[in-house]
Design a protein around this ligand. Structure first.
Ligand SMILES: C[S@@+](CC[C@H](N)C(=O)[O-])C[C@H]1O[C@@H](n2cnc3c(N)ncnc32)[C@H](O)[C@@H]1O
Length: 421
């Protein structure tokens, strides 16, 4: 039972919100008895609910939850889970934050996070202990500027108001900062805002219509600087440079991403002669890390600007043994095998929903000797790994990597090896 609004060790009264065959999800309504392990939070933050547990305790709990998911949901008697890789810096690590505009109790403009469980109430944020101080300063400047302009927050229930979100991204290693304001259709003194944010490397404005709460829709206009963010990753002593489009995914914890990719590459067991498929390849991070040690790497990704980034990233880093394809893994995998030949290694890094049974079947069809599964959700890794195990793959190792300190989210890398191959 995964209970939002509680930490391990609490006794709570909770309401079940989702019931699955192997597990359920619930929301805490009242705290009956607090966990004796609770500590005071640094600063209230709805995105950091586990900050009331010491970091060591968080790590132990995550490792335990991976083991638990694989045993209970995946039916693995003794899951081969290795010690979790902790983050060196468990605070102020996020390189991307999405803030929401709202109206405070006095009707004034606030900019912060949704109150847990309340889709229409926003709590103001003054200090965001998961983002850098630079991001804090930028957010406060945007808030003050919008207040001084008398701009109003968009109200989803009424369909009125203008300001929706502020998305801030940082290229931490390159010292880059990007601000993207998301609004309803309409106008404002955009050039003045861009001038007020003169230390940002890029200022963008997205106009989105409709009530959907997403920062991915709408038309985006560049107000100042560049629309792509520059970042670099250091893996195996090499430094790879990346450009990241506003629509593209990038791991939120840069330093831990380097560890995650190095681990994925290590588990791929490359000797230089392999053909590797990187499914869900994003801007090409994993593919480029692996290409340093493989014969060739082929990536599939559905978001076209991310594919364009991946192609450009390969060119910039002078990596010639990679190719990227825009497509849905569900339909693009079979044609890729026909065109390029069977892969020796398949890497998958899907969104939280994991792989559908059909996609697992497609992966199995490739008869790859190794499948490296990068997962941000052990409850979907577990049934996918079970399906592969039933088809003759051995789950040989699972290593959690703490990408999301102070939160219950868990990332891990698993290796599945084909028996006899
Ligand atoms: C967790 S991210 C991983 C990206 C990349 N491997 C990385 O580490 O930066 C998942 C990626 O899968 C892409 N994606 C989601 N559904 C997809 C599908 N059906 N086919 C192809 N790509 C998909 C998303 O756009 C996103 O870039």
């Amino acid at each position: 039972m995964f209970v939002t609004g509680a930490v391990p060790g609490d006794r709570v009264r909770a309401r079940i919100t989702k019931r699955k065959r192997a597990y359920a999800e619930a929301r805490a309504l009242a705290l009956v008895e607090a966990s004796p392990e609770r500590v005071d939070p640094r600063v209230p933050h709805p995105g950091a609910p586990w900050q009331v547990l010491h970091y060591e305790r968080q790590l132990a709990e995550k490792e335990h939850q991976v083991r638990d998911a694989l045993a209970r949901i995946g039916g693995f008697d003794v899951p081969p889970v290795e010690p979790i890789i902790p983050a060196e810096d468990p605070w102020r690590y996020r390189n991307k934050v999405e803030y929401s505009f709202g109206s405070g109790e006095d009707g004034g403009l606030v900019l912060g996070f949704h109150r847990p469980g309340r889709w229409n109430e926003i709590d103001d944020v003054g200090v965001d202990i998961l983002a850098s101080e630079r991001v804090d300063a930028l957010r406060e400047r945007v808030k003050e500027w919008c207040r001084a302009e008398g701009l109003s927050a968009y109200d989803r229930r009424e369909g009125t108001g203008f300001l929706r979100n502020l998305v801030v991204r940082e290229g931490r290693r390159r010292g880059q900062l990007q601000a993207r304001l998301v609004t309803s259709p309409g106008d404002f003194r955009s050039a003045d805002l861009a001038a007020a944010l003169d230390d940002a490397d890029g200022v963008l404005w997205t106009r989105a219509a409709g009530a959907a709460e997403t920062t991915r829709d709408g038309e985006t206009e560049l107000l100042a600087g560049s629309d792509v963010l520059e970042e670099e990753l250091r893996v195996f002593g090499a430094t790879l440079g990346f450009r990241i489009s506003p629509e593209a995914f990038f791991q939120v914890h840069t330093e831990q991403a380097e560890r995650l990719y190095a681990l994925a590459a290590e588990l791929a067991g490359l000797r230089g002669s392999e053909r590797v498929f990187d499914l869900y390849s994003g801007i090409g991070t994993i593919a480029l890390c692996l290409a340093l040690r493989a014969r060739e790497v082929l990536g599939i990704e559905s978001v076209e600007p991310a594919v364009a980034d991946a192609i450009e990233n390969a060119r910039r880093n002078e990596v010639e043994n990679v190719r990227f394809f825009a497509g849905d893994v569900r339909t693009a995998l079979r044609p890729l095998v026909e065109e390029a030949g069977r892969p020796d290694v398949v890497v998958v890094d899907p969104p939280r929903a994991g792989l559908s049974q059909k996609i697992v079947r497609r992966v199995l069809e490739t008869r790859a000797g190794r499948v490296v599964y990068v997962s941000c959700n052990p409850t979907t890794l577990a049934p996918n790994a079970r399906q592969m195990a039933d088809a003759g793959y051995r789950l040989s190792t699972v290593r959690p990597v703490d990408m999301f300190p102070q939160t219950p989210h868990i990332e891990c890398v698993a290796l599945l090896e084909r028996d006899g191959g």
